[in-house]
Design a protein around this ligand. Structure first.
Ligand code: 3NM
Length: 210
């Protein structure tokens, strides 16, 4: 994978968007320059069955139009069926050891919270790792205690070539500190989903890389 694709990694499911149509938020985000997209359909009102698949296909089509990698959270079967560009898994979702066989050459992202988890992820072929939550977040009900940038900073020093995306409570005010700590990029849900001006929010995020 291209490490630069991690720079502005937008994550969304239909439950993350309140006042607009989710697909319109995605399109706006693509127009203004997100570099990667993950469909993360979770929560009590999550789409299921054919409706979920149709929504996923719609998101995928838009991402293809903008030449942005389309990643699916957790759902290996759907990722394989749709020939998504990649899959992102947490530690609890699926044994990392079994996943590469199922997905072939697809991008594999794994959330890691410790050195031991990092070793396992790398052993089984993770293409990038997600580190979080860096700051407090309300977008993930079972998020761990925020780590701040310390763990991230340490990982970067020990693994200069490792593609790392940071996640959790990242916004226009604190994002620069995350990049300065060594992340290749930032992954956000609410900073874009709740933004009143997606164009301005994305422009601010992009300025962290100048
Ligand atoms: N994963 P927001 S935190 C999906 O710590 C997710 O692995 C996390 O949402 C982790 O940008 C998180 O709104 C939620 O804080 C990120």
């Amino acid at each position: 994978m291209n490490r630069k694709d991690l720079q502005l990694y937008f994550i969304m499911g239909t439950g993350n968007v309140v006042h607009q149509k989710p697909i319109q938020v995605l399109e706006k985000a693509l127009q203004h320059g997100i570099t990667m997209f993950q469909l993360r359909e979770k929560g009590p009102c999550a789409l299921t069955g054919q409706e979920y698949e149709n929504f996923a296909r719609h998101c995928q089509k838009l991402c293809q139009q903008y030449n942005v990698p389309f990643i699916i959270n957790d759902d290996v079967e759907l990722a394989v069926k749709l020939k998504a560009d990649g899959i992102h898994i947490g530690q609890e979702d699926f044994p990392v050891s079994k996943i590469r066989k199922k997905i072939g050459k697809m991008i594999l992202g794994v959330s890691v919270h410790s050195h031991a988890e990092l070793e396992t992820a790398l052993q089984y072929g993770a293409d990038y790792v997600g580190i979080g939550p860096i700051f407090a977040t309300t977008s993930k009900s079972d998020a761990k205690t925020p780590s701040g940038t310390k763990f991230l900073q340490g990982l970067r020093i020990e693994n200069p070539e490792l593609p790392i995306v940071a996640i959790g409570g990242i916004n226009c005010s604190n994002g620069q500190s995350v990049i300065d700590a060594g992340a290749d990029g930032i992954a956000v849900i609410s900073a874009i989903c709740d933004s009143e001006d997606i164009s301005q929010t994305i422009a601010t995020f992009k300025s962290f890389f100048n």
